[in-house]
Design a protein around this ligand. Structure first.
Ligand code: NAI
Ligand code: 13P
Length: 343
């Protein structure tokens, strides 16, 4: 066992690779677990991951592997940076390995989405899969943070939320450096919802851009998008102030305004008239807002909360609704007071 803090990073895509690099820059030991032998060899031998980050030189101390047991051995924390759809099956793979190793690492999730069908947040999936003593310590890691910016050490601030504030503070400490700043928050529900739901609104922002709409339209979409995210979140029990923070409005701003955003780029291509299947095939990276739009469509009905913008985006993605007709419908909803929080 070495004296370094070892972190297991699961998911060798754009965000996982950059976070592994950051942790190694901070003096920690990292095993980066992926599912492509070719990519692991490229990371270990050339210190690049060109499919996701064409220009990025990875710290040579990042070690990529396909071996889950090797990854988890001696790890004090396990950072999940996988698409939402992969969280449950990968978590299920971890359980017997951790039992065999007799360890209880701190779980951290940087994934942003709601699971299809169950509508579960990542914390709910973890609670289903892991023993309570491990699941209860989960830390959610969220906020405005495109991998492309962190790769160039651009200044970035995020939120870490947990039911166990000692764990959140530990994560804060291991990640912070002169380009990466973290704040703690005890509202895990609000932090998770903000990170997942903004992806749907970002698809809408891209759609507006693709159709040629201007800044007024995008600002209105973000503002009213945040109103409906907060409405659902508060009804579910989240702290309304969380939506004013980094994992709420902060992440909504970056995702709705950046060409780095996969969700924005997906929406933009749809607005320009490309079919969804073609857009997703060309992206080569996960576009979380597409699956989350379906989960939100069901969750908002279940919670009896109106989310007209997310619903319009769902209709375009899944029900072949005409995008311009959905925008017209939104503009002609009943007149109301801005401060009405119920609908
Ligand atoms: N890319 C970014 O800038 C940010 C991404 N996120 C979130 O992080 C999560 C991951 O996003 P990205 O890194 O962008 O995705 P990505 O598409 O770049 O990479 C995902 C990686 O997970 C791997 N993977 C998928 N299923 C797997 C499985 N069953 N076992 C092992 N590996 C598997 C894929 O092969 C791929 O390498 C998403 O929830 C996203 O919303 C959050 C903040 C920033
Ligand atoms: O969550 C993100 C930035 O904070 C990443 O968003 P995209 O997946 O749209 O790139």
């Amino acid at each position: 066992m070495s004296n370094l803090t070892k972190i297991a990073v699961l998911g060798a895509g754009s965000w996982g690779t950059v976070l592994a690099d950051l942790l190694v820059n901070n003096g920690h030991q990292v095993d980066l677990w992926g599912n492509s032998a070719e990519m692991a060899a490229e990371i270990n031998e050339q210190h690049t991951n060109r499919h996701y980050l064409p220009e990025f030189q990875i710290n040579p101390a990042v070690h990529a592997t396909l071996d889950l047991k090797e990854t988890l051995t001696d790890a004090e924390a396990v950072l999940f940076v996988l698409p939402t759809a992969a969280i449950r099956p990968v978590a299920q793979q971890l359980v017997p390995v951790l039992a065999e190793l007799k360890t209880q690492p701190i779980l951290i999730s940087a994934t942003k989405g709601l699971e299809l069908e169950s509508h579960d947040r990542i914390s709910q999936i973890m609670a289903d899969v892991f023993p309570k003593e491990i699941a209860d310590g989960l830390v959610i890691f969220s906020g405005p943070s495109h991998a492309e910016n962190v790769a160039t050490h651009d200044l970035t601030s995020l939120t870490v939320a947990s039911q166990k504030m000692a764990n959140a503070r530990w994560v804060q400490k291991i990640f912070m450096n002169n380009y990466f700043r973290l704040y703690t928050n005890d509202d895990m529900l609000g932090v998770e919802l903000g990170g997942a739901l903004k992806n749907v609104i970002a698809i809408g922002a891209g759609m507006l851009h693709g159709l040629g709409y201007g800044d007024n339209a995008k600002a209105a979409l973000m503002t009213r998008g945040l109103a409906e995210i907060s409405r659902l979140g508060v009804k579910m029990g989240a702290n309304p102030l969380t939506f004013m923070g980094l994992s709420g409005i902060g992440d909504l701003i970056v995702t709705c305004t950046s060409v780095n955003s996969r969700n924005w780029r997906c929406g933009n291509a749809l607005g320009e008239g490309q079919p969804l299947a073609e857009v997703l095939a060309n992206m080569g990276m996960v576009v979380e807002g597409v699956g989350t739009a379906e989960a939100v469509h069901e969750l908002s009905q279940q919670m009896a909360v109106e989310m007209p913008i997310s619903e319009a985006i769902y209709q375009v993605l899944y029900e072949e609704a005409d995008l311009r007709a959905e925008i017209t419908k939104l503009m002609h909803r009943d007149a109301r007071n801005e401060a009405e929080f119920e609908n």
